[in-house]
Design a protein around this ligand. Structure first.
Ligand code: AMP
Length: 305
């Protein structure tokens, strides 16, 4: 049981139309772990440098995230710098410093190898595969990626995708990966690359699921204040995979519930910079927003008259 994630743990510097934050805690695996931690145990596999403060480690430990696979090595932690315009859906990457990730060769601690649900968060597809190969018998493998890897490591990414059940990707990246503008066609092409289920995240327009003979759409929660979209995608994936790992039911009805939990976690995360909103988030708020999602999309069937 339990969930394993490999991805980035980072210092982010982010500018939005509403403010900025410098060298704050971020990273795909960080957002994912904290979001998924609301549902189940999470083991985090990543690397940080000597500059990574105890305060952040203590925060992750306080969320009962297993850090036995988080290496600390000489050098600098991964850094990402991004900016958002008023169109908050897409980050403009200003700088990516891989730093300690450049020489990282993950070695899974024995206690993590039996994890049944695995998330390959956004990081070098070679690392994603190295981690996956060390997991004994995964029952569900999902993956994320971004333009940085689609453009720089395409053939490696295609190898990783062959081993994946679910790809969670944003719309621009789905188009870039599939080389197809239409999202329905794009999802079809991606499904032929390996993942039989594709979830396309569309920022404030919600998320679309494409699976065998099935399309499902979840809206995004209509928030009055969106402060910083960084980590929305990883928080979505964390809520989604956390719920699936907790219930171990990967059937279509449960996948729909998981998509709503993913949307709920993403909607909270964007209310503040870094992981600040998650630090105060309570389980009863998550349940409440899940119910609001239900109301938001419920409508009556056609009557006979
Ligand atoms: P998102 O959920 O898509 O907003 O992801 C934002 C997070 O991804 C930030 O906290 C960054 O540290 C991290 N990130 C940005 N670029 C990369 C990359 N090339 N590889 C891994 N993680 C990244």
């Amino acid at each position: 049981m339990g969930l394993l994630v490999v991805g980035s743990v980072a210092f982010d510097s982010v500018k939005t139309p509403f403010g900025q934050a410098q060298d704050v805690l971020g990273g795909s695996a960080t957002y994912f772990s904290v979001a998924a931690g609301f549902f189940t145990d999470v083991s985090l596999v990543a690397v940080v440098g000597e500059d990574f403060p105890q305060e952040h480690l203590r925060f992750l430990e306080s969320r009962k995230i297993d850090l036995s696979g988080l290496e600390r090595v000489p050098g600098k932690t991964f850094r990402w710098k991004g900016e958002y315009g008023f169109q908050l859906n897409e980050a403009k990457t200003l700088e990516t410093q891989l730093n300690v990730f450049q020489a990282f060769r993950p070695k899974l601690p024995a206690g993590c190898r039996g994890r049944e649900v695995v998330f390959l968060a956004n990081i070098d597809p070679v690392l994603q595969r190295e981690v996956l190969k060390q997991v004994e018998k995964p029952k569900l493998v999902a993956c994320d990626t971004m333009n940085y890897w689609i453009e720089g490591r395409r053939s490696e990414l295609l190898e990783t995708l062959k081993l994946v059940d679910i790809l969670i990707i944003n719309d621009g990246e789905a188009r870039e990966l599939s080389r197809e503008v239409n999202l329905v066609k794009a999802a079809g092409r991606i499904r032929a690359m390996g993942p039989k289920t594709v979830i396309v995240k569309r920022g404030e327009y919600g998320a679309l699921l494409f699976a065998d003979g099935e399309i499902f759409h979840a809206p995004a929660y209509p928030l009055e204040f969106v402060f910083d979209p960084t980590g929305a995608g990883d928080s979505f994936a964390g809520g989604f995979m956390g719920y699936l790992a907790k219930t171990m039911d990967f059937g279509p009805r449960n996948i729909r519930k998981a998509i709503i939990f993913g949307s709920v976690l993403a909607s909270f995360n964007v209310e503040d910079f870094s992981l600040n909103r998650f630090k105060k988030l309570r389980w009863d708020e998550i349940k409440e927003r899940y119910r609001e999602f239900r109301k938001l999309t419920h409508f009556e069937d056609l009557s006979e008259d």
